[in-house]
Each structure stands twice: as structure tokens, then as C-alpha cells.
Design a protein around this ligand. Structure first.
Ligand code: CP
Length: 305
């Protein structure tokens, strides 16, 4: 891998398990670093978000500020993308304004790889279609490492709209790279059949799986990516898959609950569980900042990883 390629993060499957561990270690160090970390020179991070975001975009902004970088934040709906400018020309414009690191979120999963290939800036995929959300996969892994020390042999359930979830795909790569057993749970129409034969366990019966789990990641139904519910009745989904107090009591007492957000309270998770003592959802959000500091440092080519 070239030095340039090491600056980009398009998909976690491009990283070795060792590289994933190094980024996670650097993220832990970032929690303790002086703020700002960089006290000399001017650096710019360009953010291009053409799909909605709260956590990812704001934590990249916070991460850039803590490092000492300035942010050029482009919101697609208020930008010249609306006038027909291509995303590549938009990225090139941000580079001309000084951005040496770019974060891109786009509905087309091929956009981040395209920018990584064409741009001189280090490119981080901030969420690409249904394919990849690498920084989320890493911060979820960091949250579980904080909890358990390591993930070797831990059993982690990923539950919900697997077919449309970029988080599920990135979590799967991160958790397995760290030695976890992953069970993917969804109604049959939302199972990702491309995972058959890869060693990932695919299940439809959540209650049968619950007693085995050390952690559970709950996913929202991605209404914006569904065609007419794709044969799934939301009420039936709630009855069979909603994480509520009754189902929580079927799990190990040490189980922790994750959700990448945004949550649809009362659908895939009840407020009692989301705000309860087993929830690590707020820690996930908080971990987004040091983790993204480590990724930005790497994207600028200044990192130790
Ligand atoms: N988890 C996540 O990507 O959240 P946002 O869409 O709010 O960034």
C-alpha cells in the first residue's frame, strides 16, 4: 500500500486487523492529548455531506478543532451541487481552498472510492450508501473495547435492517477483525444473502439468540432506502425485534446495548432500554471524537498509524 493510500479510509476491509488495532490505540491516546494537538501551521478539513448527518458531521468538526485544524463544511443542499456541479469538482474546489483532508458522505457508495482515487487530499468515507461507514465501525469497536478490554471470543449481535445498513457492514468487518463472533439478526427479507458462507451467523429469531450475546447493536429501519417496506409490516417488526425490557431480561446481565443513531424510539428500541444502565449509546457518540481525531491525523499524513 502506498503512503497516499494509507491516508484514505474508504472501507474497513481495506485495512489489516493490525491497522484497525493501531487506529483504535491512537484514538485512546487522543483522549489524553493536549488541545489543540497541533500548535503550528494551518490545516483545513473539508466536509462534504450530501446525506443528512448529526453525529458523524459534528464529531468530525469537533475532532478537527481539537487537533487544531480549520473546517470547510459544505452542506449539499446549500451548495453549488444543487446547480449541477459534480462532487469531484466540489472536492477539487475544497482542495483549492486548502483542504488536505476530506470527509465525504454520499448516497452513492462509489463516491468515496472515486475521490480517494482522484484527490490529493486524504479521503475519509463518512458513510457511503448502504455499503460502508468505516468510522462508525471503528467507534463501535472502541466502545466495546472500553467495555470488555478486547473482543476476542465475544458474541455480538447486529439486529435490524441489515440489507440497507452500511453500519452493519462496517461493524461486521471491525468486530471480526478483533476476534469477535458476530450474529446478524433480521427478518428474512432483510438478511444479506451475500454473507452466506462467509462464517457469519445469520438468524431470524432474536429471542433464540439473545442469551448468547455479550453486546447487541440495534439498527434503525432505513425508510429512505426501502421500497414499500419490502414486505415487512412495521408493527410485526416491533413485536419480533424491538429491544425492550422484557427482552433485555433474556440476556446476560453483562450485556451492553449499542445503537449507532439516529434512533427511532419505540420502534427498534424502547426509551427504557435506550436510556437504561446497559445502554452505551452516549459513549458511542462521545467516542466518535477521539476516533475521528485519529482518522484525521492519518488523513493528513501526520499520524503514527
Ligand atoms: N451514526 C451516524 O452515522 O449518525 P449520523 O447519521 O447522525 O451521522
Amino acid at each position: 500500500m502506498t503512503r497516499e493510500a494509507q491516508r484514505d479510509l474508504v472501507d474497513l476491509s481495506d485495512l489489516t486487523p493490525e491497522a484497525i488495532c493501531q487506529i483504535l490505540e491512537r484514538a485512546k491516546q487522543m483522549r489524553e492529548c493536549p488541545v489543540p494537538l497541533w500548535t503550528t501551521g494551518v490545516r483545513h478539513v473539508g466536509l462534504i455531506f450530501s446525506e443528512p448527518s448529526t453525529r458523524t458531521s459534528l464529531s468530525f468538526v469537533a475532532a478537527a478543532h481539537r487537533l487544531g485544524a480549520e473546517v470547510l463544511e459544505l452542506r449539499a443542499e446549500a451548495s453549488s451541487l444543487r446547480k449541477g456541479e459534480t462532487i469531484l469538482d466540489t472536492a477539487s474546489t475544497l482542495e483549492s481552498l486548502g483542504a488536505s483532508a476530506l470527509v465525504i458522505r454520499d448516497a452513492d457508495p462509489d463516491t468515496a472510492p472515486l475521490l480517494a482515487k482522484q484527490c490529493e487530499a486524504g479521503v475519509i468515507n463518512g458513510g457511503g450508501g448502504t455499503r460502508s461507514h468505516p468510522s462508525q465501525g471503528l467507534l463501535d469497536a472502541l466502545t466495546l473495547i472500553d467495555e470488555f478490554g478486547d473482543l476476542e471470543g465475544k458474541c455480538i449481535g447486529i439486529v435490524g435492517d441489515l440489507l440497507h445498513s452500511r453500519v452493519a457492514r462496517s461493524d461486521l468487518v471491525a468486530f471480526r477483525a478483533l476476534g469477535a463472533r458476530v450474529v446478524m439478526v433480521a427478518p428474512a427479507p432483510w438478511q444479506d444473502e451475500s454473507l452466506a458462507g462467509t462464517g457469519v451467523e445469520l438468524e431470524t429469531d432474536l429471542e433464540a439468540v439473545l442469551p448468547q450475546l455479550d453486546a447487541i447493536q440495534l439498527l434503525r429501519i432505513q425508510h429512505e432506502r426501502l421500497d414499500s417496506q419490502e414486505g415487512i409490516d412495521p408493527q410485526q417488526y416491533q413485536q419480533q425485534y424491538q429491544m425492550d425490557q422484557r427482552r433485555l431480561e433474556m440476556t446476560k446481565r453483562s450485556l451492553v446495548v449499542l445503537h449507532p443513531g439516529p434512533m427511532n424510539r419505540g420502534v427498534e428500541i424502547t426509551s427504557e432500554v435506550a436510556d437504561g444502565v446497559r445502554s452505551r449509546i452516549r459513549q458511542q457518540v462521545a467516542n466518535g471524537v477521539p476516533l475521528r481525531m485519529a482518522l484525521l491525523e492519518r488523513a493528513f499524513g501526520e499520524g503514527q498509524v
